[in-house]
Design a protein around this ligand. Structure first.
Ligand code: ATP
Ligand code: MG
Length: 359
């Protein structure tokens, strides 16, 4: 029998931490949450929680002492926190991939260096550099993104030569910025891969993602792409996982452009919103893979037994949850957030579309 009597420390207390803690509990593994917010979704299902700031060294030390391995559920944990904890307990996935994922320019350069194509991009500091980029690409518009702390489309805006670029540069002083080619995409997809300490990997089929108001709305499985594109996407995920010597789970988002290019957009070294369907439609979920791999267990089979559609329940949509609770083949997941706010992810629903077996 494999001995799994371990405790995982999770930095961050959101729904990703919550679903990781649930998966851990199913394997008899305990979790301890560390995050600055009270009553966070992950704390409801963990054995212990530290409500402390990420720079409280005394609390971090005590947290590290009561766990065997540490992970994180979002990528904006300060690197100093990770470096401090790494001296006390293993932190997985390690700091190198976290550093890459925290900065768009570092991320895109890394992807390009290992042969993974992205939209054309450039780091910019001035109005002139933005105009040069538009001229080099011979386009009227591009997207300006802050290099750090972006999520759900925050920190990005479409710009052209007509935009008051001087004003933008002035108001973003001190922030690292990149500009990016606007991709006319046929669809957006993401690939989730798990890799264990022996280098064995398990990759899920890509999901097709639809956004509403810059927030992921829906993931559809399968993505209805030609087999050759599916295997190309998985190949890129494997190249990335091996390049960073991943132990854990990571997601990589892609644009499939109308002219047939597969362009990586961003990476997340953790379970991903577009992988929630794996809980209900696969033998091993992305959360279980994360738990297994960081605890030294082998990756599980990612075998999918159903087609699926995952729908995020955002903001006040949670008030219409009854329709999903009553729906045949739908599995509702709520995150236990008491405050409803527009744009806040309150839960998700997975609708299974496989063969029906009546009992
Ligand atoms: P999230 O956290 O939701 O993944 P984010 O804020 O980190 O988002 P991105 O993933 O880079 O930012 O962009 C959010 C969305 O904006 C993309 O999913 C896509 O729909 C659109 N987008 C971003 N960059 C481009 C681009 N270069 N061309 C076309 N659309 C883009
Ligand atoms: Mg994204």
């Amino acid at each position: 029998m494999i001995y799994t009597n371990k405790t995982i420390g999770i930095l961050g207390g959101g729904q990703l931490g919550r679903m990781t803690a649930i998966a851990a509990a199913e394997l008899g593994i305990k979790t301890v949450i560390y995050c600055p917010e009270k009553d966070c979704p992950a704390s409801h299902v963990a054995s212990q929680s530290y409500i402390k700031s990420y720079d409280d060294k005394k609390a971090l030390k005590s947290f590290a002492q009561c766990v065997d391995v540490i992970t994180y559920e979002f990528e904006n944990i300060p690197l100093e926190t990770i470096h401090f904890l790494q001296k006390l307990k293993p932190v997985l996935p390690d700091d190198r991939i976290l550093e890459i994922a925290q900065h768009r320019a570092v991320e895109k350069k890394f992807l390009n260096d290992i042969g993974i194509e992205t939209a054309k991009w450039k780091e910019v500091r001035s109005e002139k550099e933005i105009i040069d980029f538009l001229d080099t690409l011979d386009v009227d518009e591009c997207i300006l993104k802050t290099a750090r702390f972006g999520y759900d489309g925050k920190g990005q805006t479409k710009i052209s030569k007509e935009t008051d670029l001087k004003d933008i540069i002035h108001h973003t002083k001190g922030l690292d910025l990149i500009v990016e080619e606007i991709i006319d995409f046929a669809c957006e997809v993401s690939v989730i891969i798990a890799r264990d300490k022996l280098g064995q990997t398990a990759c899920y089929t890509p999901g097709r993602n639809e956004h509403k108001d810059h927030i992921l709305h829906k993931t559809m499985i399968p993505a209805l792409l030609p087999d050759q594109i599916v295997s190309e996407l998985k190949k890129r995920a494997l190249i990335l996982a091996e390049a960073v010597d991943l132990i854990g789970v990571l997601a990589i988002e892609f644009f499939v452009s109308k002219d047939g290019r597969l362009l990586a957009n961003e990476i997340a070294p953790r379970p991903h919103n577009s992988g929630h369907w794996t809980i209900d439609a696969c033998t091993t979920s992305q959360f279980e893979q994360h738990v297994r791999t960081i605890c030294g267990l082998p990756v599980g089979y990612p075998t999918r037994h159903s087609d699926a559609e995952m729908i995020n329940i955002v903001g006040y949509d949670v008030k219409t949850i009854a329709k999903y609770i009553e729906m045949k083949n739908a599995h509702t997941h709520l995150y236990g957030k008491s405050d409803i706010r527009p744009g806040r992810k309150m839960g998700h629903v997975t609708i299974l579309k496989g063969r029906e077996i009546e009992e």
